[in-house]
Write a protein that binds this ligand. Sequence first.
Ligand code: FES
Length: 68
Amino acid sequence: MYVCVCSAVTDSQIREAICEGACSMRELRQKLGVASECGRCSQCALGILRGQQSASQPSPSEHAVAFA
Ligand code: FES
């Protein structure tokens, strides 16, 4: 699905950029051009970014095991 029509950026491209290390809207903008024109896609792109970041963080129980 296209998230950024202005720069023709899809949600898959955004997820891939996040997996490759992009961790902020600034980095997504620099890497893909997302939210660099009209800005209408910024909330959707931010939602994908936050969703990916929360999905990649360990749950509290996993965190406790990691530091046990
Ligand atoms: S839709 Fe992304 S900058 Fe316009």
